[in-house]
Design a protein around this ligand. Sequence first.
Ligand SMILES: C[S@@+](CC[C@H](N)C(=O)[O-])C[C@H]1O[C@@H](n2cnc3c(N)ncnc32)[C@H](O)[C@@H]1O
Length: 290
Amino acid sequence: MQAIDVALEKFTQLACPIDGLVLQHHDGTLKCEQGHSYDIARQAYVNLLPVQHKKSRDPGDSKAMVTARARFLNAGFYAPIASRLAELSLEYSAGTSSLSCVDAGCGDGYYLDYFYHYLEQQHAQAEYMLTGLDISKWAILAAAKRNRDITWVVGNSQYAPVCADSVDILWSVFGFSHGAGFSKMLHTAGKLIRVDAGPDHLLELREIIYPVVRRVDQSSAVVRQEVGFRQIDNQSLCYQTAAVGQPLLSDLLLMTPHLYRASHEGKQALQQIEQMVLTVDVRYSVLEPV
Ligand SMILES: C[S@@+](CC[C@H](N)C(=O)[O-])C[C@H]1O[C@@H](n2cnc3c(N)ncnc32)[C@H](O)[C@@H]1O
């Protein structure tokens, strides 16, 4: 195996969100042949989200949600999730001399940053191109602070401002299904890896915030929504965290859909909890284009 020298040049493999043409890098600007141009921000990211791809003025996760997620993830409780994702991604990209991995809905970039350091330690791929895509500018600003060697893009996964057929490994971690956008980015031998909550995920927290807890495996429903893909592997990861204290318990609530579903009383009850051990139960689904 060859050692990693440098990551491939940043901001390659991106496509114009308006006409889908390849974006070329010229002195801090990305331009397509039709003349659409996008500045690379001094914080080391590019905004490829035209107004017609937004449903609101400030789409995606808010600044408060992004900050809460970063604080919780930085405490390391989800490091085993990142570790298994890195292992699976390497396993499913074996044989590619240069690896292109896109994290769709990358949030504050925790998982991609983990993968970057994992690849450096493994010396597995000679070259690699890691791209984080999120519709929230707050998420991408936080991600760009984490790691300037990764390409960070404000963009909508549905329209996928990434060159067609260019991606080996595409992630959706606790994210949405964007079948058409996902198929467009992946090349025919590429793999989509989804990470979704299993039935017991954060069970102890849910027992506090809901009067009745439904132990449903939502991951299979999400996988079924990935039109244009077939599942080729399905793995689980279950473990108990160390005790999670406040304010991280409240941060955790802020970064999950439970924030919208829990009642006011449920949220207040969680604030009274000083610390708790949590069950982590996640499902990894590996899918390939059909
Ligand atoms: C539940 S969060 C998960 C973030 C990250 N994957 C993690 O697990 O830490 C979902 C993320 O998807 C982003 N998002 C929502 N709709 C999107 C879209 N259409 N395109 C790209 N990102 C989107 C949100 O802004 C948010 O950061």
